[in-house]
Design a protein around this ligand. Structure first.
Ligand code: TYM
Length: 332
């Protein structure tokens, strides 16, 4: 089977709707056809200020949400990034073939460093995409299903793989990003021209997977729309309504035109009520399953340990080959 790799940061107590629709749904649907690796990238999460005990809790919560959403830990390798030492080790090697200017062109770094300010803009934040490249390349990955915002990082990963292979001999499969066109970018409900994000300033426009259903409904009913009053897809002039239509379609499995027809001549209130039902119908059971899994953290930890062992085997093989190729002396 071809290989699939993807991951998410445990940077909040809950995943948000963009993570779910833009990534997790694709993971779930692809896991049968691929030899899939899904990581909770806790080393990446350290690039933003975090409290140690909270990071541990968020790491477990993220893993629980993967499983609750349908990732099968007996079939796919679901593990915690820091449990496999090779990630940090390969990052160093890759950083020695990454151009400073090349890393400096990453738009996510530019955005984040602006938001974080001087104090929190660390070298770790800068080299973050190199760690992401190491994640992907350790597993001889063919495809990387992600949202649009990770595309540039996957492009960098490809460049690094090709550069290493031609300089030192082939050690890596060159991966490609797989991005679902319709759901590549889910927007904030209050601010429908910026993407929905775990680190949004206000949480009023963010739908959390683990939100109480009553809160989910309130957020949807208050979502920003426009004064036209027609349920119609038009990204340019109606970003709020268009975003709600995309969410509706993704979670109901229906097409946007069919939803437009259903709500023709009806107001936004009706449309939002319908959307709230769809979102709660999908997120509700996932939330219940995730909370149940979190009731038994010891069981969750055992599963993560077993999967980390499986991941290490693959990762260590790649790392040993890389160490050899660059000329590091093998320990006798
Ligand atoms: P992260 O944790 O920010 O997001 C996890 C996944 O969710 C997608 N996503 C979205 N998709 C659509 N609309 C949105 N509003 C939205 N917000 C987030 C992201 O594109 C991503 O697929 N650097 C990565 C994590 C990572 C990784 C990797 C991914 C580390 N190593 C290796 C793939 C392969 C990140 O911060 O994602």
């Amino acid at each position: 089977k071809p290989r699939l790799y993807s991951g998410m940061q445990p940077s909040a107590d809950s995943l948000q709707a963009g993570n779910y629709i833009g990534a997790l749904v694709q993971w779930r649907d692809l896991q049968q056809a691929y030899d899939a690796f899904f990581s909770v990238v806790d080393l990446h999460a350290l690039t933003q200020p975090s409290i140690p005990d909270e990071l541990r809790a968020k790491t477990r919560r993220t893993a629980a949400q993967y499983i609750a959403a349908g990732i099968e830990p007996s079939q796919s390798t679901l593990y915690v990034q820091s449990h496999v030492a090779a990630h940090a080790e390969l990052t160093w090697i890759l950083s020695t073939i990454t151009g400073f200017g090349e890393a400096n062109r990453m738009t996510q770094f530019k955005d984040k460093s602006q938001r974080y300010g001087n104090e929190n803009t660390t070298v770790g934040l800068f080299t973050y995409p190199v760690l992401m490249a190491a994640d992907i390349l350790l597993y001889q990955t063919d495809i990387v299903p992600v949202g649009e915002d990770q595309k540039q990082h996957v492009e960098l990963t490809r460049d690094l793989a090709e550069r290493f292979n031609s300089r030192y001999g082939t050690a890596f499969t060159v991966p490609r990003a797989v991005i679902q066109k319709e759901t590549a970018r889910i927007y904030d409900l209050q601010n429908p021209t910026s993407k929905m994000s775990k680190s949004a300033e206000s949480d009023a426009g963010v739908l959390w997977l683990l939100d109480d259903p009553a809160i989910t409904k309130k957020k949807i009913m208050r979502a920003v729309t426009d004064s036209e009053g027609a349920v119609r897809f038009d990204r340019e002039n109606k970003p709020g309504v268009s975003n709600l239509l995309v969410i509706y379609a993704a979670l109901s499995g229906r097409q946007v035109p069919a939803i437009e027809d259903e709500y023709a001549g009806r107001g936004y209130g009706d449309f939002k009520k319908g959307l709230a039902d769809v979102v709660i119908g999908e997120f509700g059971p996932v939330r219940e399953r995730a909370l149940a899994l979190l009731d038994d953290p010891a069981e969750l930890d055992r599963m993560l340990a077993a999967n980390a062992a499986r991941a290490s085997e693959v990762a260590e093989r790649t790392l040993a080959d890389v160490y050899d190729k660059v000329g590091l002396l093998r320990r006798a």
